[in-house]
Write a protein that binds this ligand. Sequence first.
Ligand SMILES: [Zn+2]
Ligand SMILES: [Zn+2]
Length: 276
Amino acid sequence: MTSSRGIDGSRGSSFPPLPERLPVEVFDSHCHLDLLDVPVPRALAAAHAVGVRRVLTIGVDLSSSSWSAEAGREHGDVYAGVAMHPNETTGITDDVLRDIAVMAELPQVRAVGETGLDYYRDWAPLEDQQRSFRAHIEIAKSTGKTLVIHDREAHDDVLRILAEEGAPDKVVFHCFSGDATMAKECAAKGYVMSFAGNVTFKNAASLREALRVAPLELVLVETDAPFLTPMPHRGKPNASYLIPLTVRSMAEVKQVDVAEMCAAIAATGERLFGPW
Ligand SMILES: [Zn+2]
Ligand SMILES: [Zn+2]
């Protein structure tokens, strides 16, 4: 891999160049390796080169969940999440939920997610989304895996349903999108907040304020790749090797040095998804 080639190996690649390596290895708590235009080994090699050691690749339906579980079995440093994304829950059946529950037992599957509620898109009826979310909470509890929540404009109902069902021990709000008040509420409950590349965007002051008040030990980083590419590459494709840009910007917000930020993320990652 030379600097004139992108991580996809092509000259004039649309992928941004490799950022400076992090001083302490971290991991990407949420990406979609199956949606990248790059073979998994290449995506991992680029990530390793900049200090992003492990990735959690996330399922959104039965086929991507089984793809993720298979990727986790096949590749070292890849772990999987399995779930039906809230947008995929229209008419969801017990058979589908049973299939997710079976996959969730696999050793390389470390998360039940992404599940939750999406009131922004509301592609699926709210009753279906909520029924599915409740079932996924139950699967996380019965398997002891971490619940990874997709919460889009549904903060109140996500928190309410978690309280009603009884939250699992380990809960992550992926691509955290709440404000400082919500961050404090999550912190009080021990929920972990995972920040994505949008925390680097100019118009994300309220999100940075949420990060500022979130306890360091309850913070994770993710790409949600191929989406949400951090600054200054917004609009280009995203992949796990761009995590350093987000981590450095998070360290600034938290007013800690980058190594301390990385060490906290690594420790929280291992606590939630390890042992590696
Ligand atoms: Zn999501
Ligand atoms: Zn996602």
